[in-house]
Design a protein around this ligand. Sequence first.
Ligand code: GDP
Ligand code: MG
Ligand code: ZN
Length: 293
Amino acid sequence: MEGWLIRGQGGVYTAEDESGEQYVLRAKNRFRRQRISPLVGDRIRFTPGTISDEHGWIDEILPRSSAFVRPAVANVTLMAIVVAPEPAPDLLLVDRLLVQCRRQDIRAVLVINKKDLDPALAPALERAYAGADVHVCAVSALSGEGADALEECLSGETICLSGQSGVGKSTLVNCLMNVSAETGEISRRILRGRNTTRHVELFRSPRFNLMDTPGFSLITLSEEQLEPVLLQDSYPEFDDLRHECRFMPCWHQGEPGCRVREAVNNGRIDPGRYNRYLTLLRELDEAWRNRYV
Ligand SMILES: Nc1nc2c(ncn2[C@@H]2O[C@H](COP(=O)(O)OP(=O)(O)O)[C@@H](O)[C@H]2O)c(=O)[nH]1
Ligand SMILES: [Mg+2]
Ligand SMILES: [Zn+2]
């Protein structure tokens, strides 16, 4: 049989087939030997357990279109990075996630939740990310305001909700699945637990697949051993300028004749985005120099 891996904890996985039927599974030892971990979002082939078995088996993981380490998800086609006025936005985390998306060619949308708390945050971030090739969408998951517009851009996608703990990812799942659900079945299932999300979970609806993830604050780009000079490829703001710098390659850290720095100084590039680029660059540089240690 074929299905989606929708949950996994402690080596026990749940798969869902096309009709919405769920199956408890374990991964065959072969996967551990090959150091492959099934990920939520995986398309799998599996053998269901019989009535007397506690579980069935995952036989095969079909090729992934994308895979992330943190959050650990596969086959995401759209990354929804969620921020809110409260807790205060961690834009360095946003930028790290954006770099990860760019490196896998995955579209990203910046979701500004809790619009009701501070309507000024969305316009401010829209300005800051204007050149970053990311769609900005303001919503209130509690009241549902803006949810229709957001749902519009999720249609047909496998979406991963990522971002800090407490920004409202799980509340958004409830809100969006209610907007999209054809039957009451799905919303009842989700509303069950209203506490802190501890595991990645995938929710399927006729219009899209939505993944809820636990909040995390610690991700580093060095996990993928990115060569520092390649970081700038993930900054659309630099695209038209970076080949016109005097030095080649240019890291845009203050070299003479740097067009990127010039654009920051005359306000064409958001200084916050640029300063965080420098932070990530230093971090990657450090990791790169220690990569064989
Ligand atoms: N004011 C307001 N609070 C919200 C909104 N969305 C979520 N919250 C609250 O924010 C808190 C954290 O929400 P939760 O969905 O658990 O965040 P998560 O950790 O990202 O999954 C909860 O108390 C929610 O009720 C919103 O749009 N407006
Ligand atoms: Mg949650
Ligand atoms: Zn430069």
